[in-house]
Design a protein around this ligand. Sequence first.
Ligand SMILES: Cc1cc2nc3c(=O)[nH]c(=O)nc-3n(C[C@H](O)[C@H](O)[C@H](O)COP(=O)(O)OP(=O)(O)OC[C@H]3O[C@@H](n4cnc5c(N)ncnc54)[C@H](O)[C@@H]3O)c2cc1C
Length: 415
Amino acid sequence: MKKKKPTAEHDVIIVGGGLAGLTLTALLATHDVKVLCIDRDAPDTQLKTAFDGRTTAVSYGSRKVLEAAGIWSGMAHNSCPISTIHIQDGDSPVLLEFNSSEVDDRTFGWIAENRLMRRAMFERVSALKTATHIAPAKILDFSRDEDKVTVHLEDGQAFSAPLVVGADGRGSFTREWMGIATRGWSYNQRAIVCTATHTNPHKNTAVENFRPEGPFAILPLTDDPKSGAHRSSIVWTEHKPEKDSAIHYDQDVFDAALNARFPDFYGNVHQIEKRFSYPLSLIHAHNYIAPRMALVADAAHGIHPIAGQGLNLGFRDIAALSTLVTSAVQKGYDPGGPTLLQNYQRQRRFDNMAMAGTCDGFVKLFSNNIAPVRIARRAGLRAVSRLPFAKRFFMKQAMGSAGILPDLIREKEAA
Ligand SMILES: Cc1cc2nc3c(=O)[nH]c(=O)nc-3n(C[C@H](O)[C@H](O)[C@H](O)COP(=O)(O)OP(=O)(O)OC[C@H]3O[C@@H](n4cnc5c(N)ncnc54)[C@H](O)[C@@H]3O)c2cc1C
């Protein structure tokens, strides 16, 4: 028999208010679930341009989650649709082109600046009556009894709920406290992320150029709201010692390298603002759950950005967990019970592991320059371009419409 919901001030406490934690907070509170979200960094810090230079390729499925959470309307105008994807291999011409006309003119996704996504999320969370956000706050410890988990903060405050969710990223303190080990490895690569302006419009094109040192991606952004300049975001993967990294190039050398890598139709390219560097690794938690606790997004799994799917997977976790928790709370049942948590883990583990494995395979296949591998790889890409069913398969992957979809995404997809 299902257990009744224990009496507590909050139904759910979310540790970590990054892109995943804030979305889960908004999604639950949209359905009147009482949620407390705690983050170590203040919103002002997280909204600074120097905090996170990344963009996210938001898939079609993830947009559904953001819509359901009431966040999408606050970020849609800053998100640039992708209508064409060019795949290149090193200095090859375009080997494979995906065009939205081949999928009923549906866009492949949207490139959104993480900072602007966060801003839309903070605005949404602060407008929701059953959501509370505390930041900055340092969590010292957790304690757990049969009915609840209590989160102890450094300032002496303590908050309890029948369910605590760890959305605190790859180095998750919550996961460590849950005693959950991880498996993974470093790719010995880093991604340099920055923004560039170019004289010609990008025509909503995303370019993925698989180079021996790692993928070089050009992602379309909306034009600069003040100057009107055409802009794209760059993810430049490299496999070099830190001291030789392109991040240290002076401006002229960096711009020259960009102009050599960008296709000619962009015109003259110039890097602006700060350059960021992210080490790349794979991490997967052995379990996503422990009594009255669960992990979502990067706290449970972090993958290589080669296919831009890391957060998109996190949004699927959020969709699955929020559906289960909302249903339990609305019916007066325990949102942190073992059956619910096992159900969550069962829904999400395989999909996440499959995507982690696929991306890992892509990294190994594309980040090398061994002649027979390169020849087979280029032949494979040309073959895909001539096989409509294979092309459709890859396009559905890019749109986030393949894999194991939680009900929230599948139902809306069908609508
Ligand atoms: C170069 C690069 C490009 C990427 N591009 C894409 C893409 O195009 N599409 C895509 O889907 N994914 C992409 N990703 C992956 C994506 O960025 C991550 O999956 C995403 O940021 C994970 O969000 P998160 O909220 O789970 O974790 P995080 O962003 O790490 O947020 C964790 C939050 O928890 C807080 N926190 C941590 N510890 C504590 C604590 N002890 N107490 C309280 N709070 C705490 C932090 O302050 C932070 O706010 C990319 C990743 C990289 C590196």
